[in-house]
Design a protein around this ligand. Structure first.
Ligand SMILES: O=C(O)[C@H](O)[C@@H](O)[C@H](O)[C@H](O)COP(=O)(O)O
Length: 263
C-alpha cells in the first residue's frame, strides 16, 4: 500500500476494507518504529474500531511492534469509560485489550473532569509529549503531527466531534476543544481541532457505512475524485462547508467500499 498523497482504496466488501486497513497501518507502524522508535496513532469512535479488527489478528498481532505504539483519541464523549458511548471503551474492548500496548502509552481523555477542563488537560498532555518529542511537530502549521490519524465520517459529514456549521470549525489556535452542544448524544465531548487533524503525518478516512444519505455520498465522491487527481480537496471555510470537506491533510488515504464512496 502506497502512502502517497491522495490515495483512494475502494474495495468490494467491508471485509476487504478491513484487510487493506490492517496492512496499511502495519506498514506505517513498521516504518515509524524504524525511523522514530515510536508510532503515534490517533483513533476515532464509530465503526472504525470494528474495521480495525484484522490488525489484532495474525499475522499483524505478532508482527507489529505494539510496545512502541502511543495511542490517542481524536474525540471523546464525556461519559464514564464503562459507558457504551465511550470511545475509550469501544477502542479498549475491540482493539487495545487484544495487543500488548503498554498501558502508559494509552492516552485517554480524563472524563472525570468538567468538559472544558478535560479539553485543556488533554491539550496540556499533548504539549508535554510534543515537548519531549514523543509526538512529532509540524513547524509549518505549528501543531502536533501525529504519525497516523484514523478517522471515520458521520452521516452528516462530521469528523471527530466537529459538526456542520459549528463555530469550532474556524478554530485556529487551540489543538483540543470542548463541545457542549453536540447534535448527537452525548452533548459534551472533547475533540481535536482542524489544525491538528490537518497536520497529521498520515491520514486515513475509513468509511464503510453503506447507508449514507445521497448528498453525503456525492460530496464524498467529489472529495475522492479530488484526491485521485492529487489535489488536497476544494472548499473554503465558508458557511455550509462540511467538516469532512475541511479535512485537508498532506497525505490522505480514503478507504471505502464500492457502495459507499462512488457515484
Ligand atoms: O465519537 C464519534 O462520534 C466519532 O469519533 C465520529 O467522528 C465518528 O468517527 C463518525 O461519527 C463516524 O462514525 P461511523 O464510523 O459509525 O459512521
Amino acid at each position: 500500500m502506497s502512502t502517497a498523497k491522495g490515495v483512494v482504496d475502494v474495495q468490494d466488501t467491508e471485509e476487504e476494507v478491513a484487510e487493506a486497513v490492517a496492512k496499511y497501518v502495519a506498514n506505517l507502524s513498521s516504518k515509524f518504529v524504524q525511523e522514530r522508535g515510536i508510532f503515534t496513532v490517533v483513533v476515532a469512535g464509530g465503526t472504525l474500531i470494528h474495521t480495525l479488527r484484522k490488525l489484532v489478528e495474525e499475522p499483524y498481532s505478532k508482527s507489529v511492534d505494539w510496545w512502541k505504539w502511543e495511542v490517542f483519541w481524536v474525540d471523546e464523549r464525556m461519559v464514564p469509560p464503562t459507558d457504551k458511548d465511550s470511545n475509550y471503551k469501544l477502542a479498549y474492548d475491540g482493539f487495545l485489550s487484544k495487543v500488548p500496548i503498554p498501558p502508559t502509552n494509552i492516552h485517554a481523555v480524563n472524563v472525570t473532569l468538567p468538559v472544558a477542563a478535560a479539553a485543556e488537560a488533554y491539550q496540556t498532555l499533548i504539549k508535554t509529549l510534543v515537548d519531549n518529542r514523543t509526538i512529532d511537530f509540524s513547524s509549518s502549521s505549528g501543531a502536533p503531527r501525529f504519525d497516523l490519524m484514523l478517522l471515520g465520517m458521520g452521516p452528516d459529514g462530521h469528523v471527530a466531534s466537529l459538526f456542520p456549521g459549528h463555530p469550532l470549525l474556524k478554530e485556529k489556535q487551540r489543538w483540543v476543544a470542548a463541545v457542549e452542544d453536540s447534535p448527537f448524544p452525548p452533548k459534551d465531548r472533547v475533540t481535536f481541532t482542524l489544525p491538528v487533524i490537518n497536520s497529521a503525518g498520515n491520514f486515513a478516512f475509513v468509511i464503510t457505512a453503506s447507508d449514507l444519505p445521497e448528498w453525503v455520498q456525492a460530496m464524498l465522491a467529489e472529495k475522492v475524485g479530488k484526491a485521485v487527481n492529487g489535489g488536497g480537496g476544494g472548499g473554503g471555510e465558508g458557511e455550509g462547508c462540511l467538516p469532512v470537506e475541511m479535512v485537508k491533510p498532506m497525505d490522505e488515504v480514503v478507504f471505502g467500499q464500492v457502495n459507499c464512496c462512488q457515484d
